[in-house]
Design a protein around this ligand. Structure first.
Ligand SMILES: *[C@@H]1O[C@H](CO)[C@@H](O)[C@H](O)[C@H]1NC(C)=O
Ligand SMILES: *[C@@H]1O[C@H](CO)[C@@H](O)[C@H](O)[C@H]1NC(C)=O
Ligand SMILES: *[C@@H]1O[C@H](CO)[C@@H](O)[C@H](O)[C@H]1NC(C)=O
Ligand SMILES: *[C@@H]1O[C@H](CO)[C@@H](O)[C@H](O)[C@H]1NC(C)=O
Ligand SMILES: *[C@@H]1O[C@H](CO)[C@@H](O)[C@H](O)[C@H]1NC(C)=O
Ligand SMILES: *[C@@H]1O[C@H](CO)[C@@H](O)[C@H](O)[C@H]1NC(C)=O
Ligand SMILES: *[C@@H]1O[C@H](CO)[C@@H](O)[C@H](O)[C@H]1NC(C)=O
Ligand SMILES: *[C@@H]1O[C@H](CO)[C@@H](O)[C@H](O)[C@H]1NC(C)=O
Ligand SMILES: *[C@@H]1O[C@H](CO)[C@@H](O)[C@H](O)[C@H]1NC(C)=O
Ligand SMILES: *[C@@H]1O[C@H](CO)[C@@H](O)[C@H](O)[C@H]1NC(C)=O
Ligand SMILES: *[C@@H]1O[C@H](CO)[C@@H](O)[C@H](O)[C@H]1NC(C)=O
Ligand SMILES: *[C@@H]1O[C@H](CO)[C@@H](O)[C@H](O)[C@H]1NC(C)=O
Length: 819
């Protein structure tokens, strides 16, 4: 408050002495806006800040401030504020839940002379303040994208009769598009993309006769494309991508004769590509990818001279051989024919496309070799993964400094990588997984200073020394499933976040130089022959979330320092030679206590859905691939198949975030701690092949997520607990080889007497009395309530934008979890 009143005093002084042309009331409104914004930010967090408002100072002409524009002074009238560029005005840590209330905007709505208002990218939450907005009757341009606006689009927007540009993308609007849209007779541009509008696109959209640009991208519109859209004769850009639109593309789409962009990708459209489309003489972008379109790719498309971007991939379209001999009339910049049933060699007509920058022919059945002509075209992105291409890569390909994405995974390419690969030093993404490449990684690869992602997994690469990547931006390195040997390499960039070296022939101890990876989140060394102890210095990599050391020859006990890794969520040292006790400090691993909800900070996503190589973990008795992208939401502890001894510390029960706990195949003794009943997220619990004794604690019946339990091959006795998921744990093999377990799950009636003498569990004997009344085979009809596996319930959706540059920052990650 003190600050605020000081500000007001300053304002008054300023107003008294000022002779500037900026109207006082407008300057006052701007000061109020700045102060409410600053206040709002400071009460939330110290880390957030306001940008580009330093010049907003008393004593200066507000027409000269940054982010403000006034009417021209040449007019006789005094100057007034007509434009506010308030985009990205605050910085808020993306992980912080902080938002700004819409009330911070209120002062601005008093500036009635505004023609342009841009408040995009500001974490503003609430409904779009319609009534206040109605004051701004002169608005021509309104941009509210990338905020957290929700609710309906206020009707008042539809009365802003001069509005030419309206962008509400990337919010959380969920209302149906109001019928009021129909009254927007003067609106020339309607952009509502990237919200979450539901329902179908109203027919009234057709009333907006002056619309030149209609964008409803990334919403949840259903139903067909309304036929009234076809009456929008002035329309140049129609962008309805990434909705839920179904039915066919209107057959009279040619009525929109001025169309330059027709973007309908990412919907559920069916039917064929209407032939009237060929009359759209100005069409330069045709985006129909990711729909359910079928039929043949029409020949006439190749006569459309104006086309620059042709994206037809991932439909059910088919391709006939006719194109082999034809000379297309267009010069494309982008071409996607992914998953279009292409067979034979890579079509040679592509060589006529002089300005081609993006080529996606993935998921076809293309054979033959990588054509020399394609290598000579200097294409920026070449995506040929999931085909049947073979042979070696032409060195010419790497003379190109335009090459930024090369994705050839899952083909049958072979031979060594060309020595000159580093000449293509603009490569950002190099994905060559699952081919037959062999030999060493060429030295020159370290010249590719822009490399962000290197996936060479599942080939036959070998060698003991690695090129240096120091200084590069390389964040993701996957060399797993090759034949590399020697010490664990540490020549990668310090920026490395994900390092997967599993299933090679690496040996020796952990190198000290691992600690240079100060941003490493994911270290996978499984299936090698690493020896020595887990070094205490590993704890210096405080960012570590996933540490997989499975199936090596690691000895010694788990160092206490590991428990400093507060983000560690997945720790797998199974199948090694670990000795000693399970430390009670495991209970301190925060990453396994909290329900994991972090999103990998890997700064990249792809405009094509190529899976990263999966990390294999042992999940419910079978090895399953977990996509490394969804790994961020799992929490595992696997200490199985070692020589750990002593008692199980009760503190393990604190790890409430764990989905899997496997301490089987050790030499553990004592009781199962009753605290295991607190492992509220655990789905898979394996304690088998130890020397555990006493009762199975009745608390296990609290584990509502439990779907796999194995306590076999111990010395357990007494009654198997009943209730909850325990009723469904009825596989007798998982109780086998113990010292007298009984219960309905294994159809063994418990004796009248209590648990055998010496069982240290000390659970009250009254349990046994209940047992008398039990219906022995009740389990047969028992309602099976166990949880659906996590694997099938977690969906991570990555936003995808063909029109953005191939590599974009992660803008948004939506996740659906178990309801
Ligand atoms: C801001 O920083 C001060 C000291 O630096 C700290 O006491 C306070 O908790 C911080 N506030 C927030 C919201 O982080
Ligand atoms: C949108 O309209 C549909 C019917 O067209 C209706 O079922 C749905 O509930 C509406 N959604 C909202 C948020 O009003
Ligand atoms: C189509 O575009 C041309 C050139 O921009 C323009 O003259 C014409 O008026 C437009 N047609 C309609 C129906 O708006
Ligand atoms: C794709 O088209 C083929 C015939 O062209 C048809 O047999 C198949 O069912 C279609 N698939 C889908 C998913 O529509
Ligand atoms: C394609 O571009 C090349 C080079 O710019 C030009 O020579 C050729 O005529 C163009 N072809 C068409 C069909 O526009
Ligand atoms: C892959 O290429 C090799 C020769 O490099 C060949 O022997 C093999 O049959 C090919 N495999 C497939 C599936 O085409
Ligand atoms: C460890 O890193 C240092 C400095 O980067 C380097 O000089 C040294 O050779 C590295 N040691 C090994 C074994 O790679
Ligand atoms: C352990 O890794 C080796 C390769 O280092 C592999 O051959 C073996 O099958 C792996 N064992 C298990 C149980 O996965
Ligand atoms: C692993 O390394 C040790 C010592 O370096 C060696 O004795 C052993 O044979 C190796 N195991 C395998 C499977 O290569
Ligand atoms: C890590 O843990 C060890 C032993 O528990 C302790 O001595 C050390 O101070 C810790 N280091 C850090 C950086 O917290
Ligand atoms: C626990 O680990 C052992 C040995 O690594 C493995 O055989 C078993 O299948 C795992 N148990 C579960 C439930 O995944
Ligand atoms: C298992 O632990 C017991 C003590 O609990 C010890 O006597 C025995 O040697 C251990 N066995 C192995 C194989 O480590």
């Amino acid at each position: 408050m003190a600050k605020l009143s000081l500000l007001l005093v300053l304002l008054l002084i300023f107003f008294a002495s000022s002779s500037c042309t900026c109207p006082h009331d407008q300057m006052n409104a701007l000061f109020q806006f700045k102060s409410s914004l600053t206040k709002s930010i400071n009460t939330h967090s110290n880390e957030s800040s306001v940008f580009g408002m330093d010049s907003w100072k008393p004593g200066s002409d507000c027409c000269l401030w940054d982010r403000v524009a006034c009417s021209s002074s040449s007019t006789k009238k005094s100057r007034v504020v007509i434009a506010l560029y308030l985009d990205s005005i605050v910085y808020i840590d993306p992980e912080s839940p902080m938002v700004l209330p819409t009330s911070v905007l209120m002062p601005i709505f008093g500036i009635r002379t505004l023609m342009l208002l841009d408040i995009s990218s500001n974490h503003i939450e609430g409904e779009i303040p319609g009534t206040a907005l109605a004051n701004l009757g002169k608005l021509v341009h309104l941009d509210v994208k990338v905020n957290k606006f929700h609710g309906f689009i206020p009707q008042q927007i539809f009365h802003l009769k001069y509005l030419q540009y309206l962008d509400m993308s990337e919010n959380l609007l969920n209302g149906n598009l109001s019928h009021e849209v129909g009254s927007l007779k003067h609106m020339r541009t309607l952009k509502l993309d990237q919200n979450l509008l539901q329902g179908s696109i109203p027919e009234e959209i057709g009333n907006l006769k002056k619309l030149e640009e209609l964008s409803l991208r990334s919403n949840e519109f259903e139903g067909g494309i309304p036929s009234s859209i076809l009456s929008l004769k002035a329309l140049k850009v129609l962008d309805l991508r990434d909705n839920l639109l179904s039915m066919e593309i209107p057959s009279t789409i040619d009525k929109l004769s001025n169309l330059t962009t027709l973007a309908l990708g990412g919907n559920r459209l069916t039917g064929g590509i209407p032939s009237s489309m060929q009359k759209l003489k100005n069409l330069d972008t045709l985006s129909l990818e990711k729909n359910l379109l079928d039929g043949e790719i029409p020949k006439w498309l190749f006569n459309m001279k104006s086309l620059k971007n042709l994206l037809l991939g991932r439909n059910n379209l088919t391709w006939n051989g006719y194109v082999k001999t034809m000379a297309p009339m267009f010069n494309l910049s982008k071409l996607s024919l992914s998953s279009c049933g292409l067979k034979g060699e890579i079509p040679s007509w592509i060589s006529s496309q002089k300005g081609l920058n993006f080529l996606d022919l993935s998921e076809n059945q293309l054979g033959g070799t990588f054509p020399q002509w394609l290598a000579e075209m200097d294409v920026g992105s070449i995506i040929l993964s999931d085909n049947k291409l073979s042979g070696s890569l032409p060195p010419r390909l790497f003379y190109s400094i335009s090459l930024s994405v090369l994705a050839l995974s899952r083909n049958n390419f072979s031979g060594e990588l060309p020595e000159n690969i580093g000449e293509a030093n603009g490569i950002m993404i190099l994905m060559l997984a699952s081919n037959q490449f062999s030999g060493e990684i060429p030295r020159s690869i370290s010249d590719i200073y822009r490399l962000l992602l290197l996936d060479l997994s599942m080939n036959r690469f070998s060698g003991t020394s690695f090129p240096s990547f120091d200084g590069a931006f390389l964040a993701y390195v996957d060399l797993s499933s090759n034949e590399f040997s020697g010490e664990i390499p540490t020549t990668f960039s310090q920026e490395t976040r994900i390092l997967a070296l599993g299933n090679n022939k690496f040996s020796g101890d952990f190198p000290m130089n691992l600690t240079k990876f100060s941003m490493l989140e994911h270290l996978d060394l499984q299936d090698n022959n690493i020896t020595g102890e887990i070094p205490t210095f590993l704890s210096q990599i405080s960012t570590l979330e996933v540490l997989v050391l499975r199936n090596n020859s690691i000895q010694g006990s788990i160092p206490e320092s590991i428990f400093n890794l507060s983000r560690l969520r997945i720790f797998d040292v199974s199948n090694n030679k670990m000795t000693g006790k399970i430390s009670s400090k495991f209970g301190n691993l925060d990453g396994m206590i909290k329900t994991p909800n972090t999103i990998s900070s890997l700064p990249i996503i792809f405009t094509f859905s190529i899976e990263f190589n999966d990390l294999i973990v042992t999940w419910k008795k079978s090895k399953q691939g977990l996509s490394s992208r969804s790994l961020s939401i799992y929490s595992f502890l696997d200490l199985s198949r070692n020589q750990l001894s002593g008692k199980i510390p009760a503190s393990l029960g604190k790890l409430k975030g764990l989905k899997l706990l496997n301490i089987s195949h050790n030499n553990l003794s004592g009781n199962i701690p009753s605290s295991f009943g607190d492992l509220e997220s655990v789905e898979s619990l394996d304690l088998s092949h130890n020397k555990l004794s006493g009762l199975i604690p009745p608390t296990l019946s609290k584990l509502t997520e439990l779907s796999t339990l194995d306590v076999s091959n111990n010395m357990l006795s007494g009654k198997i607990p009943v209730g909850g998921q325990m009723d469904t744990m009825a596989d007798s093999a998982t109780y086998a080889n113990n010292s007298g377990l009984c219960g309905m799950q294994i159809r063994v009636q418990c004796a009248d007497e209590g648990p055998p003498a010496g069982a240290g569990g000390g659970f009250p004997g009254e349990e046994q009395e209940e047992a008398e009344d039990e219906k022995w085979f009740s389990w047969e009809g028992a309602g099976i309530g166990y949880s659906v596996g996590l694997l099938s319930t977690v969906v991570i959706m990555y936003l995808f934008d063909y029109f953005a540059p191939v590599l974009v920052q992660v803008r948004s990650t939506r996740r659906r979890r178990r309801a």
